[in-house]
Every structure is written in structure tokens, then in C-alpha cells.
Ligand binder design. Structure first.
Ligand SMILES: NC(=O)c1ccc[n+]([C@@H]2O[C@H](COP(=O)([O-])OP(=O)(O)OC[C@H]3O[C@@H](n4cnc5c(N)ncnc54)[C@H](O)[C@@H]3O)[C@@H](O)[C@H]2O)c1
Length: 254
């Protein structure tokens, strides 16, 4: 077991890659506390995990609310006595919008959840990780930090900001045994992209476009992301900090 006796917090863990990662972490021996705004899906995950005796707890959390993030981490520490790793994963998409038509409200909403939420997760996890003698942070950025198709200004800005924040934290806390890395997923088959397909004028054409920009010719899965997060969260990546691990089926190699 690669996370034996460890304690993990995962935001946005009620769906998609966060959910896959929560189940994988628990199978690998971690006690997992999931925070998400979607309480129905969060409770469903806990119920599913319980059928296999997997230790996953849920607390309703809006990552853009600082007190919610502080409470989530406090709950993990109180319940399990420590925190070893956090996966700051919660995020929302931006509906495709020309950059000069992005409203201040849309920009702020995406930044609040994706970037400020990740900041709050890091800010409140760091003291808990220091009390533990160290640990790991994995932030969910995106290939959008590096490569774009347009129409997603606020999303790309939030994900680029996450990369910068990840490097700052990696440098600042390396000497105190905290490693901080990001992942940069390409097109992954999750709730987010199912919603993008639902909103598309021509969903088949959009799916074909995703396939065509991905040399491996398909969407990635939540489980494939979970394996990468597990690597960065665990001691297997002990000499890696401050990086973005690209998991995109070859997209940015093109
Ligand atoms: N799907 C992709 O292709 C892709 C690619 C790159 C990066 N990402 C990133 O992966 C992360 C997970 O997304 P996903 O694709 O699994 O989508 P998803 O919609 O399946 O899961 C996102 C989860 O975040 C939760 N969430 C949304 N706002 C929240 C908030 N304010 N507080 C707490 N939880 C909140 C949702 O309820 C949901 O459970 C996001 O940060 C996303 O930007 C996704």
C-alpha cells in the first residue's frame, strides 16, 4: 500500500478525477476526507466507499470560502490526528466566451473557485503539514496553463496562476519537508467535459476535435489522473517538487 496510514484531504472529490483519486487513495491505505459543494454526490461516494470498507468521509465545503477550507482541514486533523497530503482539485470550467466578452462576474467566479480556492487549500494545509513534520500538496492545474484553443481566458488564467503558486510554495517550504507539485491534465472524461459536450452546438464535432488534438486519440480517465496524483502525493516522488506533471495523451508535444 502506497499511502499506508496516511491522512488525505481532497477537494472537489465528489465527482470526476477527485472522486477517482479519493477511492484510489483509500484503496492504497489512506484515510480520506473529501470536501465538495455537492453534498448529494459526496454522501453517495461515502456510501459507495463504505460497501468496500474504504475510509472516506465527506464534509460540505465551498473552497472559495476561507472558513470552509480551514474547517475541512481542521476536521481531517481532529478525526485522524494529522494531515499528510492535500489534493486541491475543485474547479469549474468557463463557458466558451470571446475574451472581450468575459464579464467581471464570470472572471471573478472562475478565479474565486479555481485559484483562490487552491490558495486557501494551500494556506490552511501548510500549518497542518508542518505540525506533521512535512507532507505533500498536489494542485490541479491544466494543460490550459501552457496550451490553449481560445475562449477560456479566465480558466487559463486561473490554471496559470496555480502553476506559479505551486512553485512559490515548493521553494518556500522545501527545507521544512513539504513538497508541492501540480498536475496538468489534458482532456479527461469527467463531469466537467460531459457538461461541455451538453453545451456544445455539435457535441460529436467537439469530441472529434478533442480526439484530434490528443495523439493518443481519446480522452483520459479519472483513474489515470488518480495514479499521477498518487505518485506525487506519496514518497515515490520524494525528489520532485515545484513541477507540473502533464497528463495529456501527448497534446502539448504536438
Ligand atoms: N476534465 C478535464 O478535462 C480537466 C482538464 C484539466 C484540468 N481539470 C481540472 O480538474 C479538476 C476536477 O475537475 P473534473 O474534470 O473532475 O470535473 P468534475 O466537474 O467532475 O468535478 C469537479 C468537482 O468540483 C466540485 N466543485 C465545484 N465548485 C466547487 C467549490 N466551490 N467548492 C468545492 N467543490 C467544488 C464539483 O461539485 C465537482 O464535484 C478541476 O480543477 C478542473 O479544472 C479538468
Amino acid at each position: 500500500m502506497r499511502l499506508k496510514d496516511m491522512v488525505a484531504v481532497i477537494t472537489g472529490g465528489a465527482s470526476g478525477m477527485g472522486r477517482s483519486t479519493a477511492l484510489l487513495f483509500a484503496r492504497e491505505g489512506a484515510s480520506v476526507v473529501v470536501g465538495d459543494v455537492d453534498a448529494t454526490a459526496g454522501e453517495a461516494l461515502v456510501a459507495e466507499a463504505a460497501t468496500s470498507n474504504l475510509p472516506i468521509a465527506f464534509q460540505r465545503t465551498d473552497v472559495s470560502v476561507e472558513a470552509d477550507m480551514a474547517n475541512l482541514i481542521a476536521t481531517a486533523e481532529r478525526k485522524h490526528g494529522r494531515l499528510d497530503t492535500i489534493f486541491n482539485n475543485a474547479g469549474i470550467e468557463q463557458p466558451v466566451t470571446a475574451s472581450d466578452a468575459v464579464s467581471a462576474e464570470l472572471f471573478e467566479r472562475v478565479i474565486d473557485i479555481n485559484l483562490k480556492g487552491t490558495f486557501f487549500g494551500c494556506k490552511h494545509a501548510i500549518p497542518a503539514l508542518l505540525r506533521n513534520g512535512g507532507g505533500t500538496i498536489v494542485n490541479n492545474s491544466s494543460v490550459s496553463a501552457f496550451a490553449n484553443v481560445g475562449g477560456n481566458l479566465s480558466y487559463a488564467a486561473s490554471k496559470g496562476g496555480i502553476m506559479s503558486m505551486t512553485r512559490v510554495i515548493a521553494i518556500e517550504y522545501a527545507a521544512r519537508n513539504i513538497r508541492c507539485n501540480a498536475i496538468n491534465p489534458g482532456v479527461i472524461d469527467t463531469g466537467m467535459n460531459r457538461r461541455n459536450l451538453d453545451l456544445a452546438v455539435d457535441p460529436d464535432a467537439l469530441e472529434e476535435k478533442w480526439r484530434s488534438i490528443t495523439p493518443l486519440g481519446r480522452m483520459g480517465t479519472g483513474d489515470e489522473i488518480g495514479e499521477a496524483v498518487l505518485f506525487l502525493a506519496s514518497g515515490q516522488s520524494s525528489f520532485i517538487t515545484g513541477i507540473g506533471l502533464v497528463i495529456d495523451g501527448g497534446r502539448i508535444a504536438t
